[in-house]
Design a protein around this ligand. Sequence first.
Ligand code: KG4
Ligand code: ZN
Length: 370
Amino acid sequence: MQPSESRLPITLLGIESSCDDTSAAVVRCASSGRGEILSNIVAGQNDLHAAFGGVVPEIAARAHAEKLDIVVEAALRATGLRLADLDAIAVTAGPGLIGGVLSGVMCAKGLALGSGLPLIGVNHLAGHALTPRLTDGLAFPYLMLLVSGGHCQFLIVEAPDRFHRLGGTIDDAPGEAFDKTAKLLALPQPGGPQVERLAARGDADRFAFPRPLLDRPGCDMSFSGLKTALLRARDGCIAVAGGLREGDRADLCAGFQAAVADVLAEKARRAIGIYMESGPPLPVFAVAGGVAANRLIRARLQALCDRVGVGFAAPPLALCTDNAAMIAWAGIEKARLGQYDDMTLAARPRWPLDTRQAAMLGSGRKGAKA
Ligand code: KG4
Ligand code: ZN
């Protein structure tokens, strides 16, 4: 039977398996409306994919199928609760690598059927976008930049089920570009932290990297051309010196990172302008995703917010990257609106948050960006 609007307090199990992290979490929303993470277990798959230079969907799906029941048990055990003590089960139903999403949805359906708990299908991107409400108690509407290896978009989050996409990448996600840059410079994966480390010692002005799409209005971005520019600059260095010197590497990293930061900062400035037109009572700009860990990018966005008088929120990194606590929380938001699913819940490889707009092009290395 479908419950109607759920009353507080409410406690959910969340399940996430849309890319290369198998995760289960138990999250409670107190009568005050504040969320509390009771457990959040994440089993990564980095070592399984390392040899292939990216996530292999079939390997990921198999690993999810093997690990899901283990992480669910661990998440429950950590809280001392049983399924019967919970109010519902939330699961990522897309977008993402379909084998992984299917594994999670089937696991959640089995648990829901066995326990009699209601089922809630969550959009993975909504999970990211609603995280600042769990961590910082943000009120609607707030502006959000999702920036990771698979996502890059500006969203005005108006309600748990209403997102206005202002723009996003039309090709690679920035994390993907960081990872490809690292690969071209023979640095280990994931590339972002490596590139950031070397960039600290480099001269950002030595190479003239492009700032794609800054000459066009709007908030759309493009990062694939940067990687081509980096490849050319790298080959130029090799041609001159017969190899890549440590200083060249550092300068290439610094130049690349500065270009990404410039693009994100300028597009964020425009996104804030559009957001402010709607007159939000408590304006806040929140960032999430692995790339938000980058100190230069974070500092540029924070400085921008300080300059224009908008609050800045950045959830702790463990909750910015893929995890099931955000799925449980998004499930809680849906439960509070009475939005439950049943056994017909389908796994979706693509699932745009803002259905009023055309889907974004491209599909990131770590899942669909739509
Ligand atoms: O959110 P995340 O863990 O996973 C998804 O992509 O969904 O983000 C991982 C991405 C990788 O591409 C990684 O290189 C990038 O975030 N990243 C960084 C930094 N730390 C992680 N990029 C730039 N600077 C960093 N410090
Ligand atoms: Zn994600």
